[in-house]
Every structure is written in C-alpha cells, then in structure tokens.
Design a protein. Structure first.
Length: 235
C-alpha cells in the first residue's frame, strides 16, 4: 500500500466516538479516531514496509503514527529516528506505547532509556521509563543489568512522588514490571511498591485508574506470571 492509500483507509475507519475518546485522553493535532483493534487489521496489508512506516509517523496524524509503530521493523530503525520520534510524541499513547515499544525492541533500548529517563520533558521521561519497563518484559533475566535496575528502584523509592504527572504513572508501571517479570528483584520491587504506596496521577476527564502496585504484583504472581516474558513489546 502507498502512503495516500493508508491515510485514506485510516480516515474511512475513524469514528467520532473514538476520536473524542482519544482527544479526551490527550491526543493533539490530527486524529481520525480509529480503534486500535481495527488499526491492527491494517498491519497485514501494510506489512513491514520500513519506508512506509517512517512516512506514516511523519504525517503527524495520531492514527498513522500509532500504525507506524505497529509496522516498523525495530531491528532496522536508527537511533536518530527514535530520537526524532520521541520529540514528536505529543501525548502518552505515542510516548508510552508506540515509541517505547519500538525502542525497547531496538538495539538502542538501554542507551535511549537511560537518556530519556532523566529528560526534563514529561513525554520524553515517561517514554524512557516505559522503554526500560518494556525491555525488561522481553529480555531474559540473565541478560539484564540487575545492579542498574536495583539502583533505579532506589531512585523510584526516593523520587516518584515528586516526578511530573505522567512520569509517575510509568514509574509505577516500571516497579510492577520488575516485580512480575524480573524474578531476582521481585521481592525488592514489592518492598519498594509497599513503601511508595498509592501513586496519584491526574488522568483528566477519563475513567482511567492508576494500578496499586503491591496488589497488582501479588495478583499477577498468584496467577503464575512471575518471571514470564513477553514475545514482543510492541502492541
């Protein structure tokens, strides 16, 4: 498919209810309002066309940018491209899902996660924590830098409540990822989650809630999820 064909199809698939939902959650600029499940049906037609995926992200249209993340090949993407992507991720769906998922599967996952975590820009920082969390969910424990993750947990314990709004959300998710997916540090993550307690995030005029990490981790472990890894971070 050509770029013009994909954009036309996305516009046809959009609906006002979904568009309003995305905008209420923070979407900015051009939004057609395509449901993610419907968007994924396009993936088999777009396939892993790197040039097309990159062009989709450059349109600035949310639906196209999200589709770009589903169709790009993370093993072939360049670091400079990811740097440009994160700058253009103007709300959390792009920062925490699209860019973070692709970055986590790229060869620059740790390099960029470490850089982005300390960014002053809220969306860049939230992308950094999400990238690291996603990386842990797809990487065997023996390939992880456990000392670094332990230090990050200490950082979480000391600073989470003073972080920017959306960053608090993804830091909370980072703790849950450690507690569930990283067996050697699960107990430490649970201790940190208990110490941190409830994390407050302004989710605007939405029904979204911030998971209470201690309960979330315990329930996942009770279901036999401890140490389980995902096949992909892209969703």
């Amino acid at each position: 498919m050509k770029l013009e064909e994909v954009m036309t199809k996305l516009e046809e698939m959009g609906n006002e209810q979904t568009r309003s939902t995305w905008i209420r959650h923070g979407a900015q600029g051009s939004v057609y309002g395509v449901r993610i499940g419907d968007m994924k049906k396009l993936v088999k037609h777009v396939k892993k066309n790197q040039e097309l995926a990159l062009s989709l992200y450059e349109t600035g249209n949310f639906d196209a940018m999200y589709l770009a993340g589903l169709t790009v090949d993370p093993k072939k993407i360049e670091k400079e491209t990811l740097q440009e992507w994160v700058k253009k991720a103007n709300w959390y769906m792009l920062a925490e899902y699209t860019v973070a998922g692709v970055a986590a599967e790229s060869e620059y996952a740790l390099e960029l996660a470490r850089e982005w975590i300390n960014a002053k820009d809220e969306m860049v920082a939230t992308c950094g924590w999400s990238t690291y969390a996603n990386y842990m969910t797809i990487t065997p424990d023996d390939k992880l830098d456990l000392k670094e993750i332990h230090k990050l947990l200490q950082q979480v314990e000391e600073t989470i409540h003073t972080q920017q709004n959306r960053v608090r959300y993804t830091i909370n998710s980072f703790v849950m990822a450690v507690g569930i997916c990283t067996t050697p540090l699960s107990e430490e993550a649970r201790r940190v989650a208990e110490h941190v307690g409830k994390v407050h995030v302004d989710v605007g005029n939405t029904a979204c809630k911030v998971p209470y990490a201690p309960d979330y981790i315990e329930k996942a472990i009770a279901r036999g999820k401890l140490g389980q890894k995902k096949k992909t971070a892209i969703c």
